[in-house]
Every structure is written in structure tokens, then in C-alpha cells.
Ligand binder design. Sequence first.
Ligand SMILES: [Zn+2]
Length: 316
Amino acid sequence: MYTKKFTKQLNRITQALLSMTPAQREVVHQSITRSQSEVSINELIQPVFDHSPQCPHCHGAHIRKWGKSGETQRYKCVSCQKTFNNKTKTPLARLRKCSLWLEYTKCMVLKLTLREAADVCKINLRTSFLWRHRFLIAQSNNHSGKLSGIIEADEFFMAYSEKGAKKLSNNRAARRRGNDIDKRKRGQQVPVLLSVDRSNHIIDKVLSADTGVQIRENLSPYITENSVLCSDGAWAYVKVAKEQKCDHKRLINNKNRVIENIYHIQTVNGVISNLKAWINGKMKGVATKYLSHYLAWNRESYAKLNNQQILLAAYR
Ligand SMILES: [Zn+2]
């Protein structure tokens, strides 16, 4: 039960918050988040492990506690006899200094560069690089849910990049494993499909080619039937709309930027231009093989995940 005094206070605070600009409210939100006491990594991930405890080696569910290694609980699998802890075979396995991870994911909320994050956490650049990619890999190709309502879709291109690779000798290049993207040559462009609905739910895919087939394969499964699809009118989108029984609004030329006051592709174009500005500007370009990691980071940012949620998303 609220006391009269509390209700009065609450009303006053609510009024004050409502009279603020969104930016001012964000400042309040951040200071509340900062004041909340930090949890340890184990407090964060143990409940996830306990939800469906299983052996990471054979997926057997019959496991026993098997002593501790420092603070970390170890387990032994009754079926395969192997031992493990709650991070074994996850992207967080064998990473050190876990007391700094939440500080690091705070830097990810702020979308800091490797060097900035390394300075904040007092770690070296190599560790900063390792952590960034371990914290993003689980989400890099993980799209959950479908887009619905008014959906905007468009493609864009990123320059192919081997940033960070050591000077490639011919031998080294020949040994490269990988998909179509890795076979691209310098100077080539990498097509990316990005689609967003008006709840800011984003689906993005690095395409192996900018073709109608690729667009359909990578977009159709994520469209809720009977939605409204807004596009630049390319035939691939016409087909996707038909397949998913969607109304299709074609924003074909510059004269026709908005249809019926609400149908446009300005949201998706905004997301794309912010993403390109961040990658090409602040990040000074990213290696194509890691592009899907940065797309995941961008989605986490649009979904406004906090540092704990980013770490939980990394633990899969
Ligand atoms: Zn096992």
C-alpha cells in the first residue's frame, strides 16, 4: 500500500519527468542505472545455466556438482564423465578477468572503440578485441521474432575489408577458409539487407550477392503475413510482399517520398545511414568477416540493451 506522502511524491516526480525532454529523461535513466548495485557475472549467468542444466559435451542432463575451482562451481557429467563449469563451450569460456566484463559491456552500450574501451577497463587492445567479438558472436546471426505492422526494407553496400589481417602472402590467402564473402577481392562491395518495423525491431543480413533471390531468402521468413511492406519498389520486394500476403508500398522515386502520410522508407534509411556513419567514421571501417558482429551490436543498441543484457545475450 502506498502512503499518502509516497503517492504525493510519486505524482510530483512523474510530473517532473513528463515535463522533461527525451534527452533529459535519458540522463535520469542513466543515473538510476549507475546507482543500481552491480551483480557478479556468476549471479547473472548461473540462473540461466540452472534453468536447463546440461553437460556441454554430450548434452546429458544428469550432472553432479564436482568441487570448485576458485569461486567457480565445477560439474561432472554422469553420462560422459567429463567435467565443466557454467561457461564451458559458451562464447564466455576461458576468458579472464570476468570482474571487468560488465564494465566492458558498459563501453559497448556507449559504442566505444577498442582503444577507448581498453582505456576504461585498463586492459590491453588484444583483450579488448577478444572480448568485443566473444560478446557479439552469439547474436551475430541470431534473429528472433518477425517484423510486423509497417515494415521498411532496403539494401546498402559496405566496402569489402580485410582490416586487421596481417599482410597477406599468396599462400596465406590461398589457405583462407570461408564463404563467398571471403572470396571477394579488395575494392568489392558487400551487400547488406536491412529491414525494420515501426517498433524498431531490426533484421539485417549480409548477402552473398545483391540478387532478388538473396533478398527473398533473407527477408521472407521474417515478415509477418498481412503486414505492409515499404520498399524502393524492386521486384524482389514485390515478390516478398506477394509471398507474405502483404500490402506493398513502392517508394519508387524522389517525388514520392511518403505515401498516405505514413508509408515511407525513411526509418530504414536513417538506420542505415547511422550504421554506416558509425562503422566508417568512429570505427574507421570493420573487417568484412566481422560485419555480422557489428550488425548485432547495432541491433542491441537499437533495442536499448543495458550492459547486463548485452552480457546475457553473449552467453548462449
Ligand atoms: Zn556429458
